[in-house]
Design a protein around this ligand. Structure first.
Ligand code: AMP
Length: 631
């Protein structure tokens, strides 16, 4: 057995040999020729010429060996239901869904936009899409109609799939009206919308000729089998939009073969799930963690994946641990925010159920603070694995690999670079690698490993300029995170270098929220910053200059106006982007060249020193921020 250090060293010294071995973990319809083609940096092609399919690897290949084993168990504490599907049943459902899509003309390379709550049908829809060689774009159910329309116009889907509604904390979240509105707003709306009616929103209506009731369409596809469309390894499997520094979300494009191999390898080396064991990831299919570790990773591995619709506190704070007990979960994946929420509850909930099967709890998406890591580790008795990654990487960049070697953890650190990643910590200005303990920008020397994004959908130039142009001395992929590395090689992630903020593990661009605020007719200018929050990590705060100040003339009017602006954000972007406060000022702090001093505003909000202000145009503007916070 190699040590983790040896394993990592080998992945970098002989990437082709290393990944050729890992590629045996999946089934190939046609073997690949070259393992890595890197003739057009920074674009890398993995397993060139090989043909495979994500759905085949996640479903078909398991039917013979484990057809009667549960593949997907769905538990909803919102609608009080449980549904389980064996690999055999999953195969049947996915084929029926694929047949419905095929009848609507969906084929290789077409896009299918999925805007759904956490239901088994969402998983069937994803698998059915890739089965046909089509490309899905799942949009998180918390995004509003305008955001949805922007994604429609970028991805240009042939078909959209939705449901009448989702539920959160017992409240109905209607989705179909948002879909209808997005269809009106989009310049290139799809021809058809497939609607999985859950019977939750009784007011839901279908548009004749455009909307298809899934239950009826499914009825016609009893026992139908749809052949897998084999894709060359580098052909796209999906697009997933993520926030950046501009208001326009980026469509992160993923390949097929590299992604399947990367996930299969990670299930073994990082997530330590054996085929047949239950694996529980509490994320949402709208995020990258859901794509990789609710759907594709565990299914490719032959695990039983547990999908949960609900919150960690309902019906009580023991629900997740009850699930661990009932299904004998061995590996679980969640977020630091969820654990911080549970930490506030009676610790007895952690002890009420038998969680002895749980070997590892993986936490990712945002910094895992040391007290939370220590608390959950002690209360649960499982090993905690903090892992750091991004929508772009598709799987962990920094992590311990307990499947390779049980290296000791340091709370507050996601351990080391994962195999396949050549990491560098570079000085922001000089580009030189920083010394031990010094803060640097976390970068990856290309080629990016299998599973990482291949490009930005429809915009290769933006892929290169966004990620690979931060340093003049060498072309490296910038993660936009600050980090340090200690003498033992452990990394500590300090936060983003750009204007991306992290709210409860959800990534949002300050620019994106600013645009949503500005959609209110009375807002002339706005600055949004992320402010530290003990529960959610960060929350957005907005400082707005209004056109008509009569509307904020009294504290009552200002409070009403603040609510109105928040509602505009809900409508434009979705409640996930809603600022915790909208403060009114008459000027925003800017440099003389007109750049917003977001970092100084953020520092003041967090009670820190605003830093170097020699280039500020109007120092009074900062005073206004202070006054607004006091008021
Ligand atoms: P997303 O693409 O939405 O997954 O967001 C990725 C960003 O979340 C990263 O660039 C980090 O800023 C942050 N992040 C993810 N995982 C961690 C972690 N384990 N520790 C610290 N920050 C993290």
């Amino acid at each position: 057995m190699a040590t983790n250090r040896e394993f990592h060293a080998r992945s970098l010294k002989d990437p082709e040999g290393f990944w050729a071995e890992e590629a045996r973990r999946i089934d190939w319809h046609k073997p690949f020729g070259k393992v890595l083609e890197y003739t057009n940096p920074p674009f890398s092609k993995w397993f060139v010429g090989g043909e495979t399919n994500l759905c085949y690897n996640a479903v078909d290949r398991h039917v013979k060996e484990r057809g009667d084993q549960d593949a997907l168990v769905w538990i909803s504490t919102e609608v009080h239901q449980k549904r389980a599907f064996t690999y055999g049943e999953l195969y049947a459902e996915v084929n029926r869904f694929a047949a419905v899509l095929r009848d609507l003309g969906v084929g290789k390379g077409d896009r299918v936009l999925i805007y759904m709550p956490m239901t088994p049908e969402a998983v069937f829809a994803m698998l059915a899409t890739v089965r046909l060689g089509a490309i899905h774009s799942v949009v998180f159910g918390g995004f509003a109609a305008a955001s949805l329309a922007a994604r429609i116009d970028d991805a240009r889907p042939k078909v959209m799939i939705t449901s009448d509604a989702g539920m959160r904390m017992g409240k109905v979240i209607a989705l179909k009206p948002l879909v209808d509105e997005s269809m009106r707003l989009a310049k290139h709306p799809p021809r058809h919308v497939v609607v999985v009616d859950r019977g939750i929103d009784q007011k839901m209506t279908l548009t004749q000729g455009r909307d298809i009731d899934y239950a009826q369409a499914r009825e016609k596809q009893r026992g139908v089998e749809v052949p897998v469309t084999w894709l060359e390894s580098n052909e796209p499997s999906y697009i997933l939009y993520t926030s950046g520094t501009t208001g326009k979300p980026k469509g992160v494009q993923r390949d097929t073969g590299g992604y399947a191999v990367a996930l299969a390898a990670s299930m073994r080396h990082i997530f330590c799930s054996n085929p047949g064991e239950a694996y529980f990831c509490t994320s949402d299919i709208g995020w990258v963690v859901g794509h990789s570790y609710i759907v594709y990773g565990p299914l490719i591995n032959g695990s039983t994946t547990i999908m949960y619709e609900g919150v960690p506190m309902r019906p009580d704070a023991g629900i997740w641990w009850k699930i661990v007990q009932d299904y004998k979960v061995t590996s679980m994946f969640s977020s630091p925010t969820a654990i911080r929420v549970l930490k506030k509850q009676d610790p007895a909930w952690m002890k009420k159920y038998d969680t002895s099967t749980l070997r590892y709890l993986y936490l990712a998406g945002e910094p895992l603070d040391e007290p939370t890591a220590r608390w959950v580790s002690e209360s649960l008795g499982a090993q905690i694995v903090d892992n750091y990654w991004q929508t772009e990487s598709g799987w962990p960049i920094l992590t311990a690999c307990p499947g390779v070697e049980d290296t000791p953890r340091k709370f507050g650190s996601p351990s080391f670079a994962a195999y396949g990643y050549r990491l560098k910590l570079k000085h922001e200005e000089t580009g030189k690698e920083v010394a031990t303990g010094e803060k640097g920008v976390l970068c990856i020397a290309p080629p990016l490993p299998p599973g990482a994004m291949s490009t930005i959908w429809g915009d290769d130039a933006r892929f290169v300029s966004t990620y690979f142009k931060s340093f003049a001395d060498e072309m490296v992929y910038t993660t936009f995170d600050w980090a340090t590395r200690d003498a033992d090689g452990y990394y500590f992630v300090l936060g983003r270098t750009d204007d991306v903020i992290n709210v409860a593990g959800h990534r949002l661009g300050t620019r994106e929220i600013e645009e949503a605020v500005q959609a209110h007719a009375n807002v002339a200018e706005v600055a949004v910053v992320g402010v530290a929050d003990s529960l959610k990590g960060q929350v957005p705060m907005a400082f707005a200059v209004v056109k008509d100040s009569a509307r904020i003339a009294t504290p009552e009017l200002a409070a009403a106006h603040e609510k109105e602006i928040m509602a505009t954000v809900d409508k434009e972007l979705g409640a996930i982007g809603r600022p915790s406060r909208v403060c009114f000022v008459t000027a925003l702090p800017k440099t003389r060249s007109g750049k917003l001093l977001r970092r100084s505003i953020q520092a003041i909000c967090e009670g820190r020193d605003p830093g170097d202000l020699t280039t500020i145009e109007d120092p009074g503007a900062l005073e206004q921020i202070r006054a607004a916070l006091r008021g």
